[in-house]
Design a protein around this ligand. Structure first.
Ligand code: TRP
Length: 334
């Protein structure tokens, strides 16, 4: 029997290189090993985007197509839409009793996000909603509804997994062994830096290359990428380790080319414009097969609907089963 893995992603935009190298690639690489539930977390996306329902709706399809395009296979993975599984909402209500407000406020991920919101909106946190503060509880429901044993997460999501584990332990200690405590899937995936050299590539930072970016867009973005600021003239020796162009060469170019680029750059035998042109080519070659695969789904939206309907039906079956056990354990199986 394969172990169950569950992960989720908020439908708020298209996938960029940060998503791909930080998560999506790992998901694709483990899809044979697990019974895989992949949640399009529209309910969670609405906790920050409740005023933009059309954005969330549109991105359910955009994101699903991006995930299919990178080679996550619908025959192997249950793609499902969170809001179509009412059991998740139901579990969230029951789990709400098992977590204190102060514990949620101390959750490092939530804390960081609250700090960012305060900075963004310049208030004292008055605008933090009940739904936002509670999203880790809902995420615990996402995982446990499907008896997720393994969750592939990055560092920023670890506190949410820990929160889920606490809820599971509390539930089981009060109502009897019912839920499974999920483990983290450690991966060697890493965070990807932005075109501007920022530690994180992000939509809101405006420093991302998207998997759907066309050749012209890729070209313009790479031409504007940060290089070694100490390199003034074309034949000045430079430090590739502070150059974003070299950084992306390492992601999408082959080892031999990367070595050549590094050596030439250090010796002052390579100009930045040339180096950027080569990166543009390597990047477009990397994106091409992904975009070709995506094109099929762009032209066949009914296939995307079918994939989501099938995955959601499969996921629902499993959630209904779990819900029965939970109701029984909680003595509310009237
Ligand atoms: N919080 C995750 C993110 O912002 C998305 C998510 C929703 C998730 N439900 C999940 C991740 C369950 C792992 C497991 O990226």
């Amino acid at each position: 029997m394969k172990k169950t893995i569950l992960t989720g992603i908020r439908p708020t935009g298209n996938l960029h290189l940060g998503h791909y190298f930080g998560a999506g690639k790992t998901w694709r690489d483990v899809q044979d090993e697990y019974d895989f539930y992949l949640e399009i977390a529209d309910v969670q996306a609405l906790t920050d985007n409740f005023e933009n329902p059309d954005k969330v709706r549109k991105n359910i399809y955009e994101l699903t197509k991006d995930l299919l395009a990178i080679g996550i296979e619908p025959e192997k993975v249950h793609f499902f839409v969170q809001s179509k599984i009412p059991e998740i909402a139901e579990l969230t209500v029951f789990y709400s009793n098992l977590v204190t407000v102060s514990r949620l406020q101390r959750n490092p991920t939530v804390k960081t996000e609250i700090a960012q919101k305060k900075e963004l909106f310049g208030n004292d946190g008055e605008s933090i909603t009940y739904g936002f503060l509670g999203y880790p509880v809902s995420q615990a429901a996402d995982i446990t509804a499907f008896k997720g044993e393994v969750v592939p997460v990055g560092d920023d999501q670890l506190p949410l997994l820990e929160q889920c584990r606490e809820i599971v332990r509390k539930f089981n200690s009060i109502y009897g062994e019912t839920l499974i405590e999920p483990q983290q899937l450690l991966s060697n995936a890493s965070r990807v830096k932005g075109l501007d050299g920022n530690e994180k590539m992000g939509k809101s930072l405006g420093n991302a290359i998207y998997l759907v970016d066309d050749e012209e867009t890729v070209k313009n973005k790479i031409m504007g990428a940060i290089t070694d600021p100490n390199k003034i003239k074309k034949d000045d020796p430079a430090n590739p380790d502070v150059c974003m162009v070299y950084y992306y060469h390492k992601l999408v170019n082959n080892e031999e080319n990367v070595n050549t680029i590094c050596n030439e750059c250090k010796k002052g035998a390579r100009g930045c414009v040339q180096c950027k042109k080569e990166l543009i080519e390597a990047m477009n070659n990397f994106l091409k097969p992904i975009q070709e695969k995506r094109k099929f789904y762009d032209e066949h939206p009914e296939e995307v609907d079918k994939i989501l309907e099938k995955g959601t039906a499969e996921a629902r079956e499993k959630a209904i089963e779990t819900m029965k056990e939970v109701r029984h354990a909680m003595r509310i199986d009237y």
